[in-house]
Design a protein around this ligand. Sequence first.
Ligand code: SME
Length: 164
Amino acid sequence: MFDYSPDPGLPTPERHRQLHDAVDAVTDGEPDAVANMANAAALIAEFLPDLNWAGFYRVIACDNGTELVLGPFIGRPACIRIAMGQGVCGTAAKDKQTQLVADVHAFPGHIACDGATQSELVVPVVRAGTVIAVIDLDSPLPARFTQDDADGLERIAQLLSSRI
Ligand code: SME
């Protein structure tokens, strides 16, 4: 059993350090990408408060290039396929850049999978210069995510780039 319950009073940077260590510990030496994404999503949901969705979209080949396909997540059922450049996830994947969105309703093309979502953080996972997946976090609170969250998730994305 893995028990990584975070202290509720932790400052955000320390919370992210502990989250990173927990993701490192549970994915170390495990070659199965699905298992590693599933455990990472579960740990993110356990460590970071006020999320209604946390998970992965993977970059998969399709008829006209690549698209994002739903991967392991915690939350309500979500849209399965997202075109590159569409919504917050497709934008992060296409531009290879973290998207920190304080108000999803103000983001052109935002795809509403859960109507409760108010703010969103999407971080690309890059391997050898190519985006292979994105990590998507949604919150029912407006402006839930900070630069500390973006920095923390980018470190997790870097850690997972060779493990998923
Ligand atoms: N809101 C995302 C879609 C995925 S769900 O939030 C799980 C987007 O605009 O890309």
